[in-house]
Design a protein around this ligand. Structure first.
Ligand code: FAD
Ligand code: NAI
Length: 462
């Protein structure tokens, strides 16, 4: 048994970042993790492995579709699936070991095992009970279940199973056209699977800007993904390693079926708080099972904080990280700040999709007078040279003040391009500020500047 200023429960991007910041601020810190490796969902079964598979399969796509056009002739690479999975595992290993190194460097104790909170100020791991002046819960999330669908992680899988399938399926059905469904669906479509995405609502990625949704769906369809929208899945039957998915079209209640070798269930995630003992502590929860916190990430029990996927807000690694840093700063007596109005979200398909701030639909609903500056990557020289001219940058700015209210990008490196707009928004910038900033040529970033110019007197290259 030991005594700490802070014990963090969970070592995902929320937890490990909180632990590092606590240690940097001079607090004696431990982090409890039940998994074999540090890094949480993100590093082990989420962001990092999915991006490794997206990267590998994008290279394949480039070789198959664009190399010959540039005079790079020869046989397209063949896929060694086992090797691709080993590459992905290697990337996971490098990243999780990296966190272990950072823990050692910052003198953070890793308490191995599953933790619970028997009372405020105490954390139990195995048979040991440790004292903690402050506790940060960063226990993350797990996939939501779907009635009538039994997950076996072999034929009917969540994202976890989809990251290590025994073989590449011929036919894959994806339930849910959200971020996981479209990223993992893209991976398998590029590997030759026939991918059909079944979505309950009438659009894909329902929280995105409407124009981006439409363009995104068209581009994915061009890549071979099929969509069945407005369809409620009734159940999945598995027999001899084959699945039959039954769905009902909402418009006329007609029932249809789809055959698949693999079914990916990607209909959202829910907070994971099992075994922590929150009920007995009387910790308040929302009706969606999230831990309720105040604006300083403290629960209703003094000295117990919560961050990341386990609390309200978007389930994103960088949101968890920001909260981890902020909660640590609050505990150390500093200010701690997260600007929830400027949290970017990115889908790492090809092209990438990125957004920050408000959508046009949200601005209309709020009756806000706004203007739109839009620029297509067709007018960007670099994008044309790189076969990446699909998509556009769209900036939304206040009609009177020109202050940037939101931005939506579908196109090459959208996930990186969005950040200059995030920084501008943090500084309360007007679209004109971006438009007057010199951007290097030839870069994809010039499309951001042109969209900002389009909020004023107009873009140059359109
Ligand atoms: P987690 O990362 O879930 O970590 C929680 C950790 O706590 C886990 O390791 C768990 O074992 C541990 N734990 C829980 N309870 C206990 C306990 N009682 N005792 C000890 N340990 C415990 N987000 C992005 O921003 N970008 C992406 O590209 C992205 N890609 C994703 C791809 C996939 C396939 C998935 C599933 C998610 C993806 N996400 C992505 C979401 C991202 O992974 C999460 O938002 C992020 O991991 C949340 O961080 P967290 O620290 O709150 O929790
Ligand atoms: P999601 O919330 O992004 O999408 C779920 C989709 O499933 C929605 O379109 C929803 O309408 C649909 N759906 C729900 N019930 C359904 C049903 N019964 N039948 C058919 N469709 C149904 O959830 P997803 O993709 O599972 O991802 C979970 C979380 O992980 C997300 O919150 C996301 O933030 C995070 N994540 C982030 C990534 C990124 O930042 N690039 C990548 C992957 C995951």
């Amino acid at each position: 048994m030991a005594s700490y200023d802070v014990i963090v429960i969970g070592s995902g991007p929320g937890g490990y970042v909180a632990a590092i910041r606590c240690a940097q601020l001079g607090l004696k810190t431990a982090c409890v993790e039940g998994r074999e490796t540090l890094g949480g969902t993100c590093l082990n079964i989420g962001c990092i492995p999915s991006k490794a598979l997206l990267h590998a399969t994008h290279q394949l796509h480039e070789a198959e579709h664009n190399f010959a056009k540039m005079g790079l002739k020869g046989k397209s690479p063949s896929v060694d699936w086992k090797q691709m999975l080993s590459y992905k595992d290697e990337v996971i290993g490098q990243n999780t070991k990296g966190i272990e190194f950072l823990f050692k460097k910052n003198k953070i104790d890793w308490l191995k095992g599953w933790g619970s909170i028997p009372e405020a100020g105490k954390v139990k791991v195995g048979d040991e009970v440790h004292d903690a002046k402050n506790i940060i819960i960063a226990s993350g999330s797990e996939p939501s279940s779907l009635p009538g669908v039994e997950i076996d992680e072999k034929v009917v899988v969540t994202s976890t199973g989809a990251l290590e399938l025994g073989k590449i399926p011929k036919k894959m059905v994806v339930i849910g056209a959200g971020v996981i469904g479209l990223e993992m669906g893209s991976v398998y479509a590029r590997l030759g699977a026939e991918v059909t995405v079944v979505e309950f609502l009438d659009t894909i990625t329902p929280t995105m800007d409407g124009e981006v949704q439409k363009s995104f769906q068209k581009l994915l369809q061009k890549q071979g993904l099929k969509f069945i929208l407005g369809a409620a899945v009734q159940g999945v039957e598995v027999s001899r390693s084959k699945a039959k998915v039954t769905y009902k079209l909402r418009k006329d209640d007609s029932e249809e079926t789809l055959d698949a070798d693999t079914v990916l269930v990607s209909t959202g995630r829910k907070p994971f708080t099992d075994g922590l003992g929150l009920d007995a502590l009387g910790i308040e929860m929302t009706d969606r099972g999230q831990i309720r916190t105040d604006d300083r990430w403290q629960t209703n029990v003094k000295g117990i904080y919560a961050i990341g996927d386990a609390i309200e807000g978007p389930m994103l690694a960088h949101k968890a990280e920001d909260e981890g840093m902020a909660a640590a700063e609050v505990i150390a007596g500093k200010h701690g700040h997260v600007n929830y109005g400027v949290i970017p979200s990115v889908i790492y398909t090809h092209p990438e999709v990125a957004s920050v701030g408000q959508t046009e639909e949200e601005l209309k609903k709020a009756d806000r007078a706004y203007k739109v500056g839009k620029f297509s990557f067709m007018g960007n020289g670099r994008a044309k040279a790189n076969f990446a001219a699909d998509g556009f940058v769209k900036i939304l700015a206040d009609k009177e003040t020109d202050r940037i209210l939101g931005a939506h990008i579908i196109g090459p490196m959208a996930g990186d391009l969005i950040h200059e707009i995030c920084v501008a928004m943090e500084f309360g910038a007007a679209a004109e500020d971006l438009a007057m900033t010199c951007h290097a040529h030839p870069t994809y970033s010039e499309a951001v500047r042109e969209a900002a110019l389009a909020c004023g007197d107009g873009p140059i290259h359109m």
